[in-house]
Ligand binder design. Sequence first.
Ligand code: NDP
Ligand code: 13P
Length: 339
Amino acid sequence: MEKVTVLGAGSWGTALATVLADNGHDTLIWSHREDQATEIHEHHTNAKYLKDVTLPANLHATANMAQAIEHASIVVMAVPTKGIRETCQKMMQTLDKPVLFVHVSKGIEPGSLLRISEIMREELPASVIEDLVVLSGPSHAEEVVKQHPTTVAASCESLVAAERVQDLFMNQYFRVYTNPDVIGVEVGGALKNVIALAAGAVDGIGYGDNAKAALITRGLAEISRLGVKMGAKPLTFMGLTGMGDLIVTCTSVHSRNYRAGFMLGEGKKLEQVLDEMGMVVEGVRTAKAAHQLAEKYDVALPISAALYSVLFEDKTPLDAVDDLMLRMKKREMDEIYNN
Ligand SMILES: NC(=O)C1=CN([C@@H]2O[C@H](COP(=O)(O)OP(=O)(O)OC[C@H]3O[C@@H](n4cnc5c(N)ncnc54)[C@H](OP(=O)(O)O)[C@@H]3O)[C@@H](O)[C@H]2O)C=CC1
Ligand SMILES: O=C(CO)COP(=O)(O)O
C-alpha cells in the first residue's frame, strides 16, 4: 500500500483518486477550495465535477496543503496547466523530502512553450523530485469512475519509476502500459485538445463524418510533425497517448474540448462558450502555444492555425474550414515520395 496525495479535485483528480482508493492505497485528495474538500471528505461526492457518483469511503480530502504533503510519498499533480506553477509554489512552502511525482495534465504553456514536466522541473528543486512520471492516454473521468475499461501509458525515462506508477494504478478496469518517450507523450496529450476543438466545431457547423475523419487523420499528421521536431519518437503518436487520445477526445460527448468546439461551430463566441463549460478547456491555451511552436520550429500546423484564427482572430468556423479545404495542393506523405 502506498501513501498518495492527489493535488487537484476536478474531474480527473477525483477519478484517479478513486482508482487509487479502489486499489487499496492510502489516498488523500487536495482541493484549493475548503467547501469542495469538505464535500468529498464528509459526503463522498464531488457533484460539480462527477455527477451522480459516490466516491469510495476510504478516499479522504483536505484543503490544507501542508497536511496533503505530509501524507504523501507519491504526489499526483492533477490541476489544469495554468495552475501547475502556483500549485508547485504552494507545495514548496512545506515539501522538504523527495517524492515520486506523477502528472496527468495535458497542455503546453503559452509564452514559455514548456511541457508540464518541464514547468514542474522549473518550479521544483531536483532534491524533492525522486522521479517524475507522466500518466496519459484516452481516459475520460466519467467512464473511469464507472469502471469502464480504460488504457493509458506511464511515461518516464526511468523504467523503474514508470513501472512503479504502472503497478500503482493498474487494475481490472484501468490498464497501464509504459513508454519512455516523455516528449511524445506530453506533446500528443496537449495537442490533441486543439484538434478536438476543431472536431467539435465541424460537428457544430453540421458537417459529417468525412470531415471528422479528415480532422483526426490530418490532425495526427500535424501533431506528429511538430512532436518529432521537438524530439519525440514518431511511433508514440500511433499509440494510446497519440492516436488513442485523439480519437477519444474528437469523438466523445464527455470531452470538454469537443463540446466547446461544438458550441463555437454553432456560432457562439469563445467567452460565452467558456462560461457555459465551467470546466477547463485546455485546448484554448494550448492553441496559443501551438501557434508559437509552429513559428519556433518552422513547422506547418494548418488545423491548429485555422482553430487559432477562430478563437483569437474572429474568423468564422465556416470560413476557417473553407481556408483549410482551399490550401495549396499537397502530397499526403512526403516521406513516401522521398524513399
Ligand atoms: N477530465 C478528464 O477526463 C481528463 C483530464 N485530464 C487533464 O487533467 C487536468 C485537470 O483537468 P480536470 O480535472 O478534468 O479539470 P476540471 O475542470 O474538471 O477541474 C479542474 C480542477 O482544478 C481546480 N483548479 C483550477 N485552478 C487551480 C489552481 N490554480 N490550483 C489548484 N486547483 C485549481 C479546479 O477548482 P475550481 O473548482 O475552484 O475551479 C477544479 O477542482 C487537465 O490538464 C486535463 O487536460 C487528463 C485526462 C482525462
Ligand atoms: O484528455 C481527456 C481524455 O483522454 C479529456 O479530454 P477533455 O479535457 O477534452 O475532456
